[in-house]
Design a protein around this ligand. Structure first.
Ligand code: UDX
Ligand code: UDX
Length: 462
């Protein structure tokens, strides 16, 4: 029986996952550690509105478990030393340098974690990979642990996370499946069973799958690639619908009712974002290329190419519709997060659309219910298209949707936040430049209602 767990990385994955494990296992002490002191302080904030990750329902889970058997700390060594099981949940961004630049996952944080675990551990440990990693990372971790450790035994498991942001708590409480990969040796199987027991306190056993390590690692990449591929497929069809007079919502519904296809992940949009889809597909492509499987690599790369096209096409259409120039025109962005119900903006389509419009000298004004101003600027600065000062001059972030839309030539919907539907659209219309355009990148607003008010409304795929 495991009694102490440590998780390295208190981010979007580590934080919520450990909170739920702790809530469901009051007998296990769960300590989440992170190098980032501010982040840990936010996890420990008395005021649950200040948790660093916004997820519906997360505050309640943290409130119940924190201080009882859930702890957030910067004392990494101590937590590693105490724990019998260590989750690695640090970020694995796409490499921005060297071999595999722009494609391969940067594993430097993972390696640092492995070395730290090796240095600190005095008793046997089970190390669990939670971060999405390229296939065969477990063997790299194993090699570091075995060659630099203090002679203690390590078992490496892969336990990829399938939670989606915005529904993290729901997904963790009732997962479709929990996947655990490990060695097929007796010790490996024993380690897997210990992790199975942790989940089995609330997940039905038949939903907990055990596989070999590589199947588990690969399954995570493949799951995300399949999901992203559905979005790119429907987005490809959205462009065809716009040219032919078909309606992509109707096509989605019609094909989704085929039980072999299924109705989920068929929403046409301005493009998928998030920390995982692009990174994981690039990883898959890189792995395929490494093995000389060029057709396989090209096949999956097309999912990314389509997604980039969809984002660019959305920006281009705004420029074209606004009489081929947006120079000096105010364009209001409603939404900056990569999807609703999260404050995460990684790879959000909004960043790229804004960048394209700024390139055309537009004045972009952003409102998002959960994203902070500093995050918006840091997302833009990261692209290194222009200086930080230029970004601050050309793009503004406001805290009211009505202020964002006041005197705007056009509104672009970039995230499908529910509250957008309930705005006072008459008032917004009155205060805009005419003709007042809306480009609905998420197909969330009511076309008939808006056209009745006087808006020129354009959706994706119709
Ligand atoms: C990350 C990866 O992006 C994802 O691929 C993987 O599946 C899970 O881990 P996420 O939790 O969303 O997802 O990342 P992030 O919110 O950036 O959290 C990572 C945390 O690890 C950060 O708080 C960072 O400070 C911390 N970290 C990073 C460490 O504590 N130590 C390190 O060496 C590196
Ligand atoms: C994804 C996977 O779903 C999850 O299992 C994995 O653990 C991490 O990656 P996440 O990135 O949080 O989760 O969000 P997801 O709901 O998958 O959406 C990804 C992107 O696709 C978002 O930008 C979303 O707006 C977009 N999307 C999704 C569409 O454009 N259309 C759809 O029909 C579905």
């Amino acid at each position: 029986m495991i009694t102490k767990i440590c998780c390295i990385g208190a981010g979007y994955v580590g934080g919520p996952t450990m909170a739920v494990i702790a809530q469901k296992n009051p007998n296990i002490k769960v300590t989440v550690v992170d190098l980032n002191e501010k982040r840990i302080a936010a996890w420990n904030d008395e005021n649950l509105d200040n948790l660093p990750v916004y997820e519906p329902g997360l505050d309640k889970v943290v409130a119940e478990a924190r201080g009882r058997n859930l702890f957030f700390s910067t004392e990494v060594d101590q937590a590693i030393d105490e724990a019998e099981m260590i989750f690695i949940s640090v970020n694995t961004p796409t490499k921005t340098y060297g071999v595999g630049k722009g494609m391969a996952a940067d594993l430097k944080y993972i390696e640092l974690c492995a070395r730290q675990i090796a240095r600190v551990s005095k008793t046997n440990k089970i190390v669990v990979e939670k971060s999405t990693l390229p296939v065969r990372t477990a063997s790299a971790i194993k090699s570091i642990l075995e060659n630099t450790g203090n002679g203690v035994q390590f078992q490496i498991l892969s336990n990829p996370e399938f939670l989606a942001e915005g529904t993290a708590v729901e997904d963790l409480m009732a997962p479709d499946r929990v996947l655990i990969g490990g060695d097929t040796t007796p010790e490996g199987i024993k380690a897997m069973n210990k992790l199975v027991d942790v989940y089995a306190t609330w997940v039905p056993r038949e939903r907990i799958l055990t596989t070999n390590v590589w199947s588990s690692e690969l399954s995570k990449l493949v799951a995300n690639a399949f999901l992203a591929q559905r979005v790119s497929s429907i987005n490809a069809i959205s462009e065809l619908c716009e040219s032919t007079g078909a309606n992509v919502n109707e096509v989605s519904k019609a094909i989704g009712m085929d039980s072999r296809i299924g109705s989920k992940f068929l929403k046409a949009s301005v493009g998928f974002g998030g920390s995982c889809f692009q990174k994981d597909i690039l990883n898959l492509v890189y792995i395929a290329k490494t093995y000389g499987l060029n057709e396989v690599a090209d096949y999956w790369e097309q999912v990314i190419i389509m997604n980039d096209h969809q984002k660019r096409r959305f920006a281009k259409n705004i420029v074209k519709t606004l009489y081929n120039t947006v120079s000096g025109k105010k364009i209001a962005f409603l939404g900056w997060a990569f999807k609703k119900d999260t404050n995460d903006t990684r790879e959000s389509a909004a960043i790229y659309v804004a960048n394209d419009l700024l390139y055309e000298n537009a004045n972009v004004v952003v409102f998002d219910p959960k994203v902070e101003e500093t995050q918006v600027y840091s997302d833009l600065d990261y692209l290194e298209t222009r200086t930080s000062d230029e970004n601050k001059t050309m793009l503004k972030v406001v805290t009211s949707p009505y202020e964002a839309c006041k005197d705007a030539h056009a509104i672009a919907i970039l995230t499908e936040w529910d509250e957008f539907k309930d705005y006072n659209w008459e008032e917004i219309y009155q205060n805009m430049q005419k003709p007042a355009f809306i480009f609905d990148g998420r197909n969330v607003l009511d076309k008939n209602k808006l056209e009745k008010i006087g808006f020129k409304y354009q959706a994706i795929g119709s």
